[in-house]
Design a protein around this ligand. Structure first.
Ligand code: SF4
Length: 233
């Protein structure tokens, strides 16, 4: 039986404050149990929902799938500490969406510029595979990141992120099929308008198998840069 989605979180503070799940969020029992095991095994790791990185006022929101066990789940910052982060942050730096040096640590001093990075599912799932029910249950946090934020462009890394962003916007999936390099202009029933830029996920598997090359990934962010800042080359 389909699980009911959690109630949408209420942001506190300013209109651009994004609500984050509690460190001990219990809404996905399988993920909470996996988290508890990881805490017992690796007490120095983050082992909790990974909050969004960057400002909610940013014109660009990058949405991944979920934290990697030894990446964001270990370090506590999205895409930090594994191959996907190496490629993502190098690309954000190249196109001016980040400043500083990415050194695989949350205290490396890297800052995002006009960009926020988050995940469709905030807790690490076993084998990097959240269930459809878990994706639905965590969606209110993604919806909030979109609604409370000011992004005009959303990069969806992979089909699951793409589908979850569409659902967060109340859009019909069939009307906006996922394809690497595709762009979709979507307006939510509440009038929230964003352009979604699709990309294959920048995982080691996709890059090792040639599904996604670094140039293909750069092309997506070149298009995003042109959209949010048409004066740029
Ligand atoms: S994935 Fe999201 S909804 Fe599920 S337990 Fe983690 S923070 Fe809560």
């Amino acid at each position: 039986m389909a699980k009911r989605a959690a109630k949408a979180p209420k942001p506190s503070g300013s209109a651009t404050k994004v609500a984050e799940p509690d460190r001990n969020c219990p809404l996905c029992p399988r993920l909470a149990a996996f988290r508890a095991d990881a805490r017992a095994r690796e007490p120095e790791w983050h082992n909790a929902p990974v909050p969004s990185f960057g400002s909610a006022r940013a014109p660009l929101l990058v949405v991944g799938l979920a934290p990697g066990l030894r990446g964001a789940n270990r370090t506590g910052r999205p895409f930090t500490g594994d191959w996907a982060g190496d490629l993502l942050y190098a690309t954000l730096l190249e196109f001016g969406f980040a400043r500083g040096v990415y050194d695989e640590r949350p205290d490396d001093g890297l800052t995002l510029v006009g960009c926020m990075v988050t995940n469709a599912v905030r807790c690490v799932p076993p084998q990097n595979k959240p269930t459809p029910a878990e994706i639905n249950t965590c969606r209110p946090f993604l919806t909030n990141a979109i609604d409370a934020g000011e992004a005009r462009a959303v990069v969806a890394l992979g089909r699951i992120a793409h589908d979850s962003v569409l659902r967060a916007l109340g859009a019909r999936l069939a009307a906006f099929p996922f394809a690497h390099g595709a762009q979709h202009d979507v307006t939510s029933p509440a009038g929230r308008a964003v352009r979604i830029f699709d990309s294959y996920h920048c995982s080691r598997y996709n890059t090792n198998t040639g599904v996604l090359t670094e140039e293909m990934f750069r092309d997506v962010f070149r298009a995003v840069r042109g959209f949010v800042d048409p004066q740029s080359p």
